[in-house]
Write a protein that binds this ligand. Structure first.
Ligand code: ZN
Length: 368
């Protein structure tokens, strides 16, 4: 069973007869069983900060708003095998209960493998809750640890053991959804998710990331392969990117493409490491920008398209709490805070990066 955090006793906003809606949250104590080595940035305190942000969102919204918290099962072998090679799942199984490193920065603690299976299960449960739930449950936030978007079909990578958002996208397809969006605004390129769906026209992968940066992939020319050509949209952005750059990227490229794709299920790979406070990257987003991106996305989704947000990276605790609060408020349709970025002009390299993506994507989408 998932466990409640503070301040969110209402199971359903609709039952409270309020104007608010209920947002589904997938969280589990097992996510804290993935225990970081000393000084490692991907630590359990990150999850506590996100929980704090979600609680603050409810507190500031007032009565009538609540999180629905379905139980989180482990992902099944069948659900994992849709995106992962059996050998990778087997190898992880053999490592359960042991502390080790799979690569220089990707650690395993004794509880990491069970946590990873539960984390992927949260992604599956998110999809199920949004497809099976009432209309008031059409938005959700899953908080898996370890994160997922660097994990490849056949191996762990970049703090990630299993690719949670890819497992979710594949589950949405298995549940009959025809066009699944994965919008990845983690500051690092979601190389694992891209690779898993690179040939697949039914999954649109859109990634905004600092470039160059870890893991080195995500060039604008990488647009998908075979029938999947045009269904990978990479926006490699120069360091120092501000709220204004992300706003321009959304209005010129991201939102028009999503609107044309017209997804019937939408997922966000929601890293908070493009935040100005983040220690691992060099972008300059504010906390409110994350709420604004969520609102902008909701603005182009069809009424019947659920939105599931899946936690990825983000390594500053204050930024995590503030930004997850902003995302949660947006999921509840709370009005935005006044933007302070206004009409800040883009730097020449930032504008050039967007123009280049528009050129590369022009054969596949109307992005002028
Ligand atoms: Zn990241």
């Amino acid at each position: 069973m998932s466990t409640d955090t503070s301040g969110d006793s209402a199971a359903s906003a609709s039952s409270a007869g309020s104007p608010g809606r209920s947002v589904v949250v997938l969280d589990d104590e097992l996510f804290l069983a993935h225990v970081a080595p000393p000084e490692h940035p991907e630590c359990g305190e990150r999850l506590l900060a996100v929980r704090e942000g979600l609680a603050r969102a409810l507190h500031s919204l007032g009565e009538g708003y609540g999180y629905a918290r379905p139980p989180v099962p482990d992902a099944t072998a069948e659900q994992l095998a849709r995106v992962h090679d059996p050998a990778h799942i087997e190898q992880l199984g053999h490592l359960a209960g042991r502390a080790s490193f799979l690569e220089s920065d990707t650690y395993l603690s004794a509880g990491s493998v069970p946590a990873a299976h539960r984390a992927a299960g949260a992604a599956v449960a998110l999809v199920d809750a949004l497809i099976d739930g009432a209309a008031s449950h059409s938005r959700g936030f899953a908080l898996p640890r370890p994160p997922g978007h660097h994990a490849l079909a056949d191996r762990a990578m970049g703090f990630c053991l299993l690719n949670n958002v890819a497992v979710a996208a594949a589950h949405a397809r298995a549940r009959g959804r025809q066009r699944v969006l994965v919008l990845d605004w983690d500051v690092h390129h979601g190389n694992g998710t891209e690779a898993i769906f690179y040939d697949d026209p039914s999954v649109l992968f859109v990634s905004l990331h600092q470039y160059p940066c870890y893991p080195g992939t995500g060039a604008d020319r990488d647009v998908g392969n075979g029938n999947g050509r045009g269904k990978t949209v990479n926006l490699p952005l120069p360091p120092g990117g501000s709220d204004a750059l992300y706003e321009a990227a959304f209005s010129r490229i991201v939102l028009p493409i999503i609107e044309q794709f017209s997804p019937d299920f939408a997922l966000v790979s929601c890293g908070f490491d493009a935040h100005a406070r983040d220690p691992l990257a060099s972008m300059e987003l504010s906390s409110t920008a994350y709420g604004q991106m969520t609102r902008s996305l909701l603005g182009v989704l069809r009424q019947d398209c659920p939105l599931g947000v899946v936690l990825e990276g983000g390594y500053d605790l204050q930024a995590l709490a503030e930004s997850s609060e902003a995302v949660a408020k947006a999921l509840f349709d709370a009005p935005p805070q006044t933007s302070t970025t206004g009409s800040v002009p883009l730097s020449a390299p930032a504008d050039a990066a967007l123009r280049q993506v528009q050129r590369v994507q022009a054969p596949y989408w109307k992005v002028d």
